[in-house]
Design a protein around this ligand. Structure first.
Ligand code: SAM
Length: 326
């Protein structure tokens, strides 16, 4: 039987040459609106502009005051977002000196760049910020593997357990997290939960996306191919480090308990993925007749399991988007 243990990625990102080329994030795939992946979109726009368009719909048209992006990679999202929906102030937080240098090169001198772990940064923040962007980073935060369901349930009712299990069990009890369908041994996204805790009261709105373990496909995108699984986080082996997919049901429960209004989405909705016959056929059969079609097919497979949350303080979301009440 495995023992509870941490999966951490800091060493990789703090190291000399972390790269995103081996994991090609959705943001990087859609960085170039003239590129082959963007042929999968209804409207060819760079990823950051698509995020800005979506956030305007959910939060209202007024550009944000102070935006903090954590884990901004090559600065690609922010470069397009600041053109489409210019914030008053931008802060980029990253623990990788290499990626901060890339962000400086891409974004120029105006944004403030902070070399810090995301959790440490928000725990130390004094003034709340208007918008936090966390695009494909929460899967990099510390994750607990090898948890035994019975031990967590006993510890969440006050029983004894090892320190890691106790730390998870404490969150399970505090946020009423449902483990009734958990496999005998499971993985818990504790770092992602701790990030939400650090953001409570510090962020008026949060935009968060990640590879998920419990995908909810909107009706329009039911044709997207899913890998299946038991709904619990699974290991994604990558160059020099492992990530784990995110159980969004758990993040939703935590965010609501922390007082956020929660708007959950599928990333295909944000980017405006095509849903016509051609793309349905390619996604279903994998049959492609050109290099562009191959890229489109690859994007469909990639994006299929990506979900996200927009978290807001009550008044802001109610004022602009009554439909998102839940
Ligand atoms: C998978 S990349 C995502 C990059 C970009 N957001 C995108 O979607 O292309 C993860 C990014 O988060 C940063 N990162 C990883 N762990 C972090 C942490 N604990 N605190 C701050 N930044 C972190 C990495 O250095 C990198 O810039």
């Amino acid at each position: 039987m495995p023992e509870p243990a941490w999966n951490r990625t800091e060493g990789f990102y703090r190291g000399e040459a972390p790269s995103l080329f081996w994991e090609l994030t959705v943001c990087q795939s859609l960085a170039d609106p003239a590129g082959p992946y963007a042929a999968a979109l209804e409207e060819r726009l760079p990823y950051g502009a698509l995020v800005a368009r979506y956030l305007r719909q959910v939060l209202g048209p007024e550009p944000p005051g102070h935006v903090v992006e954590v884990g901004g990679g090559y600065g690609t999202l922010m470069a397009a977002l600041q053109e489409a929906w210019p914030p008053e102030r931008i802060t980029m937080v990253d623990l990788s000196p290499r990626f901060l240098a890339e962000q400086r090169r891409r974004l120029g001198n105006a944004p403030r760049l902070v070399e810090s772990d995301a959790l440490a940064f928000f725990r130390g923040l004094r003034e709340p910020v208007d918008l936090v962007i966390a695009n494909e980073i929460v899967g990099d935060l510390p994750t607990v593997t090898g948890l035994r369901g019975d031990d967590v349930r006993v510890a969440s009712r006050g029983g004894t357990a090892d320190p890691i299990t106790r730390r998870v069990a404490e969150r399970v009890a505090r946020y009423g997290i449902d483990l009734s369908n958990a496999p005998e041994v499971f993985v818990f996204n504790l770092g992602a939960v701790e990030l939400l805790e650090a953001l409570a009261g510090k962020a008026r709105a949060v935009f968060l996306t990640e590879h998920s373990s419990d995908v909810r496909l909107p009706e329009r995108y039911r044709f997207l191919p899913l890998d299946g699984g038991d709904g619990y986080p699974r290991r994604v082996p990558l160059k020099g480090h492992d990530e784990y997919t995110i159980r969004f049901d758990h993040l939703e429960a935590v965010a609501r308990a922390l007082g956020f209004r929660v708007h959950r989405f599928h990333l295909a909705e944000v980017v405006g993925l095509r849903a016509d016959e051609g793309i349905r056929f390619m996604a279903r059969t994998g049959v492609t007749l050109s290099e562009t079609a191959e890229a489109v097919c690859e994007l469909c497979h990639h994006i299929a399991e990506y979900q996200g949350l927009v978290l807001t303080e009550e008044e802001r979301c109610e004022a602009h988007n009554p439909e998102s009440r839940s």
